[in-house]
Design a protein around this ligand. Structure first.
Ligand code: SF4
Ligand code: SF4
Length: 56
């Protein structure tokens, strides 16, 4: 299980430094989460202005 970033992402970058395991990076159009490393802490969702990261 992992959080994923939906198309709602506006690529603001706020989530990237908040991830304790550094699995968020800028993708081609939106930010992306390496699902293999995500520990589902929810920190990315807490700082996202558009609620793009969601648990999956
Ligand atoms: Fe990183 Fe936590 Fe978001 Fe997973 S839920 S991507 S571990 S900040
Ligand atoms: Fe995208 Fe939200 Fe992360 Fe900003 S905080 S880059 S809008 S997922």
């Amino acid at each position: 299980m992992s959080y994923v970033i939906t198309d709602a992402c506006i690529s603001c970058g706020a989530c990237e430094p908040e991830c304790p395991v550094d699995v968020i990076s800028a993708g081609d159009t939106i930010y992306v989460i390496d699902e293999d490393g995500c520990i589902e802490c929810g920190a990315c969702a807490n700082v996202c202005p558009v609620d793009a990261p969601i648990p999956q």
